[in-house]
Design a protein around this ligand. Structure first.
Ligand code: PRP
Ligand code: URA
Length: 219
């Protein structure tokens, strides 16, 4: 058990979650024949499994409780509730699974889309809890491609004073990891896979295609 004060320092790290359940579900989800409904369900399930990994070192403190047999000092989560920050749209695919595991978490919505020509991130919405700066913030986006979106999301959260940040993605391109850690070296990344490369349109190869379109059937 931790001492209730500090998270592990994972600055600059990329943690690849190689749990067999995550890898199996990821392969099912990548399959081009997966239905919209199946895609959403798998993303939700993987979100839950990734939440388990990214919260592995949350601080605990001891509280007095009574079991039916005896009083005891039992470990409970310490400190302020964490914040999940999905990048719209595809980040929403992780949210329900994560909230199922951490129901008391707060949510910050970050609306960004990639300009199809320049691949720059364009912000259209931002709403975070007023005390977001005092909480651990876990940014959610299944795809880390160029990383323009993730960099812009973390820039925005830092503008609001956030200092403890983590990024969870399903797939990461090597180019995206290099870009993201070039700008935000202290923010660790959890991913289920580091794929091969980006194509000329900024898509992850082999990847899974357009996550938002596959989630919502918009293509
Ligand atoms: C996708 C994805 C990420 C972004 C990743 O969103 O969900 O947010 O692209 O690409 P990047 O690392 O190159 O920025 P998209 O812009 O397609 O928006 P959508 O989720 O609303 O479809
Ligand atoms: N966004 C996606 O949804 N997929 C990619 O491969 C790259 C960016």
């Amino acid at each position: 058990m931790t001492d209730g004060s500090a998270l592990t320092n994972l600055a600059g790290q990329v943690i690849v979650v190689d749990h067999p359940l995550v890898q199996h579900k990821l392969s099912l989800l990548r399959d081009r024949t997966r239905s919209t409904q199946g895609f959403r369900k798998l993303l939700n399930e993987i979100g839950m499994l990734l939440a388990y990994e990214v919260t592995r070192d949350l601080p605990l403190q001891l509280a007095d409780i009574e079991t039916p047999l005896a009083p005891m000092r039992a470990p409970v989560l310490a400190g302020k509730k964490l914040v999940f920050a999905p990048i719209l749209r595809a980040g929403m695919g992780f949210l329900d699974g994560m909230l199922e595991l951490v129901p008391s978490a707060r949510v910050a919505h970050i609306g960004l889309y990639r300009d199809p020509g320049t691949l720059a991130a364009v912000e259209y919405y931002f709403k975070a809890p007023p005390d977001v700066a005092e909480r651990l913030v876990i940014v959610l986006d299944p795809m880390l491609a160029t990383a323009n979106s993730a960099v812009a999301a973390v820039d925005r959260l830092k503008e609001r004073g956030c200092r403890e940040l983590r990024l969870v993605c399903l797939l990461a391109a090597p180019e995206g990891i290099a870009h993201f850690h070039g700008v935000h070296p202290e923010v660790p990344i959890w991913t289920a896979s580091i794929d091969s490369h980006l194509d000329s349109h900024g898509y992850i190869v082999p990847g899974l295609g357009d996550a938002g379109d596959r989630m919502f059937g918009t293509r």
